[in-house]
Design a protein around this ligand. Structure first.
Ligand SMILES: C[S@@+](CC[C@H](N)C(=O)[O-])C[C@H]1O[C@@H](n2cnc3c(N)ncnc32)[C@H](O)[C@@H]1O
Length: 236
């Protein structure tokens, strides 16, 4: 089973019907620690957009948690087909009109053409791409939350967020196998700020696993440029 395992094998509701081997009730979506950490920051009673949704694991999980305004967005048809397949697997309809229940799917670049959302999740992309998508958001406002999980260049993303008038409210770490991720909950107040090097690299994450990852990144970077050794020396 992949680390994005779909089955909750401990859930007694998932027992198979002995006659036709089909689940009696739809199974619960199981998220790995990375996606679960991101989902944990989401406000279920808000309008939620998952940008770069791919298999729509997070929107399906949130639907099962009670969220009802869900936009699953991707730039490619293939991932949206995968999203439809996940929704079908869990018995979650595609919402096409206002009155229907389910998840709305959008084939789009970033948030282009996506209705106003309150909570925007962007997970599993590089820090530059995440920053670019936020910079193109046409309806950013102070009530919005951005839940971000960069795969690379976390320090670049933090700098750009603060330059755009966002700030990090909280960060948490998810460890999946040998990989360590930081998940950021960000808010917007429109005040543009410069951040220092140390904050760019560690942000508000104080977990030893994440600090260990930052240390080893800075060690590698410092071989090419001594300024990173100076940042490394400032780490706790
Ligand atoms: C690596 S997957 C991450 C999937 C999921 N969010 C996760 O964290 O596991 C990245 C997804 O983002 C989509 N994507 C890349 N650039 C995008 C953009 N500008 N707008 C919307 N989706 C994008 C890709 O098509 C792909 O499905």
């Amino acid at each position: 089973m992949s680390d994005l395992a779909l089955q909750d094998q401990e859930n007694p509701q998932n027992s198979k019907d002995s006659q036709n081997d089909l689940p009696k009730t739809p199974q619960k979506v199981h998220l790995d620690r990375r996606l679960k950490a991101a989902a944990g920051f989401v406000r279920l009673d808000k309008r939620i957009a998952d940008v770069g949704t791919d298999h729509a694991f997070i929107p399906c999980f949130l639907f099962q948690q009670g969220a009802r305004a869900l936009f699953a967005c991707d730039i490619l048809e293939g991932p949206l087909s995968a999203a439809r397949a996940t929704m079908e697997l869990y018995g979650i309809p595609e919402k096409k009109g206002d009155s229907e229940e389910g998840i709305s799917l959008f084939l789009c670049d970033g948030l282009d053409g996506v209705p106003q959302a309150d909570d925007v999740i962007i997970a599993g992309m590089g820090g530059e791409m995440i920053a670019d998508i936020i910079s193109r958001c046409k309806y950013i406002n102070e009530d919005m939350h951005f839940i971000l999980q960069p795969m690379t260049r976390d320090w670049f993303l933090r700098r750009e967020l603060y330059k755009m008038g966002l700030y990090i409210e909280q960060e948490k770490t998810a460890v999946v196998g040998s990989k360590v991720y930081t998940i950021m909950l960000c808010c917007y107040d429109g005040i543009k700020r410069e951040i220092d090097d140390k904050f760019a690299f560690v942000g508000k994450n104080t977990d030893k696993e994440y600090l260990g990852k930052v240390r080893s990144t800075l060690e590698k970077m410092s071989r090419g440029d001594k300024k990173y050794a100076d940042i490394l020396a400032q780490l706790p």
